[in-house]
Structures are given as C-alpha cells and as structure tokens.
Write a protein that binds this ligand. Structure first.
Ligand SMILES: O=C(CO)[C@@H](O)[C@H](O)COP(=O)(O)O
Length: 214
C-alpha cells in the first residue's frame, strides 16, 4: 500500500497540534515537514524547536525535508529534534555521499531530493547508500503549485536505476499530488506520496488521505 505523507506546510500554523491530532487518527503513514531557509528556496518555514514539539505529539515517523543550504551543518540537531527520515537536496550538497553517510551514522533514514530539472542519473553512483529519493514534482518553496508531468518519466527512470542495482529504494513524490495523479505515479514506481494543499484544503482531510492509498 502506498505510503502517504501529508505536508504540514499547508496546515494552519496557529493550530498545528490540531492538525497533528487529526493526522494521528488518519491513514497517514508519515508526517512530512518542510524546512525552508529563505536561501535554497524563496520561503522560510520552521526549524528544530518546532519539530521537537511536533515529535512529542505523534508516534508517526517524521519525514523531514530540508530545503536549506549547507544542510550538513545541522544533521545532529535535526536528529535530536526527532527526524526519522532526513532528506537533503542534492543541489545543496557539495559532498553528498559524506552527508548521506553521516545521516545514516546518526541512525536516521537518509533521503536525497532532486529538483525538477535535476536528472535522476545523478544518483546512479549513490543509490545503493540511499534509503529514499524525493522527486520534486514542483519547484520547491511553496504548496499549491501545479504538478510537473515529466515526473512520471523521472520516476520510471529512478526505479529502473534502483532495480538494475538490485537495491531497495523508497521513491517519494512531492508537489501537486492529488487523487488524479496518485495511481499513475505508483504505476510509474513511486512508493510514497507527499500531499499538502490537496489534504489540508479539504473539508475532510482524512478522506483525502485515504484517497491517496492507491
Ligand atoms: O516541499 C514542498 C514544497 O516545496 C511540498 O512538500 C509542498 O508542501 C507540497 O504541497 P502541495 O503541492 O501538495 O500543495
């Protein structure tokens, strides 16, 4: 069954505890937390203090997506804050292999995210070390953007690279995910779907989460 990771970016920040309680009672598998620094992306969200408070409210894994420059400086802090999966952007890491190894050494699952323009082939020599690849299906920075159709093609190519090497890999898709593209993404090789505005923009977010369990 597809892993569904609602993005709290689209939740009401004044009522995050309510949003987390709702997710606890839903079919969500992970909580997706978007950390933005105003440098890697043109938006700023939250950091470790908020994440550690969220951690106290849920038993579900925290899937933390770092959209920040020099993420290697903060790996220990995000681990202490409660990240279970820590994803860095390939475009933000000069020494991506070193950063991935450090994330795993700290006991977290290591994820690497790729912007829409970055080819999946970039990860050919690292894929066996990575737990998760997060393919951005919008340009990172904001919720509510339109899904980029080339993501199906990238997902298939990423799955083929992992299969060629016989390595287990979770492929997660992030941006513009709805019930309209979920099945096609899973058929292309995706295992996990992040959804923000589709979930939190609805009267019944739990039903929206359930609709992504394709
Ligand atoms: O990382 C990001 C945006 O940079 C995402 O996680 C968004 O939060 C997804 O939002 P929707 O496109 O689903 O509204």
């Amino acid at each position: 069954m597809t892993i569904v990771a609602p993005s709290l970016l689209s939740a009401d920040f004044m009522n995050l505890a309510d949003a987390i309680n709702m997710l606890n009672e839903s079919e969500a598998d992970w909580l997706h937390l978007d950390v933005m620094d105003g440098r890697f992306v043109p938006n700023i969200t939250f950091g470790m203090p908020i994440i550690s408070q969220m951690k106290a409210l849920t038993d579900k894994p925290l899937d933390v997506h770092l959209m920040i420059v020099e993420p290697e400086k903060y790996l220990e802090e995000f681990c202490q804050a409660g990240a279970d999966i820590l994803t860095v952007h390939a475009e933000a890491c000069v020494h991506l292999h070193r950063t991935v190894m450090k994330i795993k050494e700290l006991g977290m699952k290591a994820g690497v995210s790729l912007n829409p323009h970055t080819p999946v082939e970039l990860l050919r020599d690292l894929v066996s070390e990575i737990d998760l690849v997060l393919l951005m299906s919008v340009n990172p920075g904001f919720g509510g953007q339109s899904f980029i159709e080339n993501t199906y093609n990238k997902t298939r190519r990423m799955r083929a690279i992992a299969d060629e090497q016989g390595t287990p890999l979770t492929i997660e898709i992030d941006g513009g995910v709805t019930d309209k593209n979920a099945l096609k993404l899973v058929e292309a090789g995706a295992d996990a779907l992040v959804a923000g505005s589709y979930v939190f923009g609805a009267d019944d977010p739990k039903a929206r989460i359930a609709s992504l369990k394709v």
